[in-house]
Design a protein around this ligand. Sequence first.
Ligand code: PNW
Length: 443
Amino acid sequence: MNKKITLPTNSSMLSNDFVYGVATASFQIEGGKSSRLPCIWDTFCDTPNKVVDGSNGETACNHFNLWEEDIELIDSLGVDAYRLSISWPRVITESGDLNPEGVAYYINILDALAKKNIKAFVTLYHWDLPQHLEDKGGWLNRDTAYKFRDYADLISKAFGDRVYSYATLNEPFCSAFLGYEVGIHAPGIVGKEFGKKAAHHLLLAHGLAMQVLTKNSPNTLNGIVLNFTPCYPESDSQADIEATSFADDYFNQWYIKPLFDGEYPAILAQLPIENHPEIHEGDMDIITHPLDFLGINFYTRAIYRADKEEHFFQIDPPAPRTDIGWEIYPKAFTELLVSLNEKYSLPPVYITENGAAMADKMVNGSVDDQDRVEYYQAHLNAVHNAIEQGVNVSGYFAWSLMDNFEWAEGYLKRFGIVYVDYDTQERTIKSSGLAYKALITNR
Ligand code: PNW
């Protein structure tokens, strides 16, 4: 018996203007490595012991060749929208010009989506920085922000009116902190002095790109996608509460407060001077460029306690957990949306990613992932509850359309609502995909 996903009959999420979609990212699905420039994730994958299963993005889901049937698959799910990302190293040459083959590849995809009336939500940067830019310092080099603006300028002109929404960056927290502070993502740089510098250049890149997108593409929804892992104290002790608030500022508010308030959280003053970002005059004005939408990605929460040496200590997540070890705690999703709505004057919000890794088993040709169906049910309810409390949420994207390259976890963790057999590249819609489709098409 396949469980259904349901929402209260009066829910605004059952209206036909609420946008339902599925999401992917270029490096995670495309493959087709030989027809683009190398990126930082190619290099990272080639470095021993960085990716758990020693895999890479050479083939991935072979979406580079299978994109036509994948669009049929997306259409068969009945969704209103598809969130994809553009591979910067596929569309821009080393000298900074458009690469016509790479541009044509995406134009074909955008045209095929338009034919099927599927809205294209395009993310310009989902972590695949051209390696030649990393060789000049990557996101630690201020000039990368201007290179990103130039890329955004050229590509938005080339795409014309084919795009419904542009997001500049996906999850600058992950790029900055995971990539340049703890080094568990590409380019694998480690040091507390680097994270906030990279973060500032990413946010500057975002603001500069917003300027050109507003000019070249005034009719698209232009914005950014941020991820949040809401922070909870282990106890009500003052010390735990303060440690948790510091963690929240460091991991979450750091990336949203500058966008709306034009300043970093006050904990900046508590960070050693060598860890500070390099902020030039006028940067904060660029970063506060008005947004047409805010994309929010949510997967889990984190629990903190006070620590003697550090500002905070994160405890191991309690059960229930998904296959990647992340606690399932949908209440934090509602509380996050409500609290952001209180703190900031938000534009329309789209949930640009939400989903779960589960230990899927293919049995007699089908994957009966009732655990994932339950995750989606609980989290869609959580979004509904936030809307009831006044948050303006306009859409929701499942992460992910299909199983794919899960970064440092390689192909071992499956987030898809469609199963991928990596030997045959066969796609099979899981029970969660069927339940999601039923929710959308029965509205
Ligand atoms: C997001 N964290 O990554 C990305 O946007 C996707 O590409 C990815 O596949 C998906 O979520 C699932 O992981 C994240 O450690 C990776 O806080 C790590 C974190 C958050 C998001």
